[in-house]
Design a binder for this molecule. Structure first.
Ligand code: ZN
Length: 412
């Protein structure tokens, strides 16, 4: 088999697939707006949403095309093997290839990130990032990303050279441990990018604590994050494990929502906690890691691949490129289908928690507000929802909230 031809063909196929999704996304603007969300935008906001949507879709198509062209040329011209010609050390050869890959794609991305944030988001009034913050974020992100990837790749090489075919399970376990470690350390990493301050005492804090107490739910702290440094979009999330959990509210959320609506969003987040959704997500991510480990193992085991791309020996860095850019891309619709379905089910369940606490109306008005303030798509493509949406659409959520609320009034 000509592996190089296959790789180029699959790269092209995955690009075409992304274009198809992009077209589906673009076309969704012409879907009729569902009845229950017709009041989210007025005529002017609707026009603004359409123009934001088209601009984002066009931009994502251009950036996808640029990444594809770059990678296609690098693979076509054997650039990866060219830079390690004469390098015999397995680790150095892998790291050089990885550096070429990460730096070229990373640097290509910078002008696109800049345009997306500083031009498009700016134009629609979402951006609060200053050029200084943007540069600092980009450098921090690139350095952390490179450090983590090089570290994980070296770990894989060490285990593989040491144990040979025993590698998959050990690597999967080690990678899972690393992922857990980073999510445990997430609050520390988050501090590199944002400031966190405890929520001030007051009516809101009292109601939030009351909600938690009712369920014997414990968290370490309720923190407010200075999201407004970068964006006007609002959100809330939990981090940490067990009794070490912290609830993070975006300062933008506190500005735009009523206390009642914040309580509703909070009850939703608590619903995730009560249903152990984090734990379930960790199990899904362990399954994904096992798939990744098996693929990586198959890729380094198939020794004949590397000659087709000009390498004298197996190159672990190039195996990583094949894994991320081809194998995982081909699997991504399937993995997305499963993981997003799981995630959407968890979102419905968390919404029901907010209804149980008596916040059905506040949740709906809060969700509408979030959607309006972020110019969300009210009628997204059903294909994209199935494949990529971690949350059901606003209309689906409202239907589910009302239906659940109706069953409660009947039984009460
Ligand atoms: Zn949620």
């Amino acid at each position: 088999m000509n592996w190089k031809f296959l790789a180029l063909a699959l790269l092209a196929a995955s690009f075409i697939w992304k274009v198809i999704l992009n077209i589906a996304d673009r076309r969704s603007a012409d879907n009729p707006t569902p009845e229950n969300v017709k009041d989210v935008y007025d005529a002017e906001q609707y026009a603004k949403w359409r123009s934001y949507h088209f601009e984002k879709v066009r931009f994502s198509l251009i950036s996808t095309a640029a990444s594809f062209v770059l990678l296609f040329c690098l693979v076509l011209t054997d650039a990866f093997s060219a830079i390690v010609a004469g390098v015999t050390d397995t680790y150095s050869a892998a790291i050089f290839v990885l550096l070429l890959y990460e730096l070229s794609t990373g640097i290509l991305n910078v002008p696109f990130e800049w345009y997306g944030t500083m031009v498009i988001e700016q134009k629609y009034g979402f951006n609060r990032t200053t050029p200084g913050t943007f540069v600092a974020d980009t450098i921090k992100g690139l350095v952390i990303g490179l450090g983590v990837t090089i570290g994980i790749l070296c770990l894989f090489i060490a285990i593989h050279l040491w144990l040979g075919d025993g590698v998959i399970w050990l690597f999967a376990i080690a990678l899972f441990a690393i992922v857990m470690f980073f999510s445990f350390l997430y609050p520390v990493f988050a501090k590199i990018f944002n400031k966190f301050t405890p929520l001030e005492d007051g009516e809101l804090k009292t109601s939030l604590l009351g909600l938690m107490e009712k369920h014997g739910y414990k968290v370490r702290a309720i923190k407010v994050m200075d999201a407004s440094r970068r964006t006007t979009k609002a959100n809330a999330y939990f981090t940490g494990f067990g009794k070490m959990k912290t609830i993070v509210l975006y300062d933008t959320l506190l500005k735009t929502m009523t206390p009642e609506e914040i309580c509703a969003v909070f009850a939703h987040e608590m619903g995730h906690g009560l249903h152990k959704d984090t734990l379930k997500n960790q199990i899904i991510s362990l399954a994904q890691i096992c798939i990744i480990a098996v693929l990586m193992w198959l890729t380094v085991r198939t020794v004949e691949i590397y000659g087709f791309f000009g390498f004298a020996a197996v190159n672990y860095g190039f195996a990583f490129v094949l894994l991320t850019e081809i194998e995982l891309q081909i699997l991504s619709p399937l993995m997305g289908l499963v993981s997003s379905a799981f995630s959407r089910r968890a979102e419905y369940r968390a919404d029901r928690q907010a209804v149980d606490e008596g916040y059905a109306d506040a949740l709906i008005s809060g969700l509408k507000k979030l959607n309006r303030d972020s110019l969300g798509n009210l009628s997204p493509s059903p294909l994209l929802v199935r494949l990529t949406y971690s949350h059901p659409t606003l209309s689906q959520r409202i239907d589910a909230i009302r239906a659940y609320q109706a069953t409660k009034t009947v039984s009460a």
